[in-house]
Design a protein around this ligand. Structure first.
Ligand SMILES: Cc1cc2nc3c(=O)[nH]c(=O)nc-3n(C[C@H](O)[C@H](O)[C@H](O)COP(=O)(O)O)c2cc1C
Length: 210
C-alpha cells in the first residue's frame, strides 16, 4: 500500500510530454483493462472510450481543447464518452449479458430488472446524462491510479469543448457525448510541473471521523 501511495505521489497532471516516447502496446492493454474493470452503478458501464493515436485527428481535437499541447504530444489520447440516453434496449442488452456470463435466466434477474426500470430508466434525460458521465469519471480515476502504478504519466482534462469533440468524433450519431479526456505517455524532463510540491488538504480538513 505504501508503494501504491508513493506512486500516487509520483504522478502529477503532466503538462509537457516527451514526444519521442510511446507506450508499449502491452502496457496500454493493461491500462485499458483497468478501465474495463472499473465499477459502475448497477454495472451498466454507460460509456465508451476512444483510444486515439492518429496525429491528424488529434491535431483537430487539440484546437477544440484550448490548444493544450498534451493532446498531440502525449503517446495516446483517451476520450471518455458517455451515453446520453439510457433506454430499455440498452438495459435489456446488459441483462442479457449478465444472464449469458453467469449462466442465468432472465427470470433470475427479474429483481434487478425491476430495480433498473424504477431507477435509471425513470431518470430525466438530464439526470441520465449526468449519471452516465459520473460513471465515466470513475473509470478515469481508475485509469489514473493504474497509470501511476506502472509509472506511466497522464493528464486528466476537462479543458475542451464537448460539442466540438462530439462533432469531430461523430459521437452524436452514436448517442454519445464527451465526458472527460486523458492523455497518456511519459513526462518530458523539461516539464517543470513535475517538481511542484503537491497541494492537498490535510487529513483534518478532508476527513470527518464520526
Ligand atoms: C477532471 C479533471 C480535469 C482536469 N483538466 C485539466 C486540463 O484541462 N488541463 C490540465 O493541464 N490539467 C487538468 N487537470 C489537472 C488538475 O489541475 C490537477 O490534477 C490538480 O491540480 C492536482 O494536481 P496533480 O494532479 O498534478 O497532483 C484536470 C484534473 C481533473 C481531475
Amino acid at each position: 500500500m505504501k508503494k501504491y501511495n508513493n506512486n500516487l505521489n509520483w504522478r502529477y497532471a503532466t503538462k509537457k510530454f516527451d514526444i519521442s516516447k510511446n507506450i508499449p502496446e502491452v502496457d496500454l492493454e493493461q491500462l485499458l483493462e483497468a478501465i474495463r474493470l472499473s465499477p459502475s452503478s448497477y454495472g451498466l458501464q454507460p460509456y465508451q472510450v476512444f483510444v486515439i493515436k492518429n496525429p491528424e485527428l488529434r491535431e483537430k481535437l487539440k484546437s477544440a481543447a484550448w490548444n493544450q499541447p498534451q493532446i498531440i504530444d502525449a503517446s495516446h489520447l483517451l476520450v471518455f464518452a458517455n451515453l446520453k440516453e439510457i433506454d430499455k434496449v440498452y438495459v435489456d442488452g446488459y441483462l442479457d449479458m449478465i444472464a449469458e456470463t453467469r449462466n442465468q435466466t432472465r427470470e433470475d434477474l427479474s429483481r434487478l430488472e425491476t430495480m433498473l426500470d424504477n431507477t435509471v430508466l425513470k431518470f430525466s434525460s438530464e439526470k441520465k446524462n449526468q449519471w452516465a458521465s459520473n460513471q465515466a469519471y470513475i473509470a478515469l480515476g481508475n485509469l489514473l491510479s493504474a497509470a501511476a502504478n506502472c509509472k506511466i504519466d497522464a493528464c486528466p482534462m476537462e479543458g475542451f469543448e464537448a460539442i466540438k469533440f462530439d462533432e469531430i468524433l461523430g459521437l452524436k450519431e452514436k448517442g454519445l457525448t464527451t465526458a472527460v479526456i486523458a492523455t497518456l505517455g511519459y513526462r518530458s524532463s523539461e516539464d517543470k510541473q513535475q517538481y511542484a510540491i503537491k497541494v492537498r488538504k490535510n487529513k483534518e480538513k478532508l476527513f470527518n471521523r464520526l
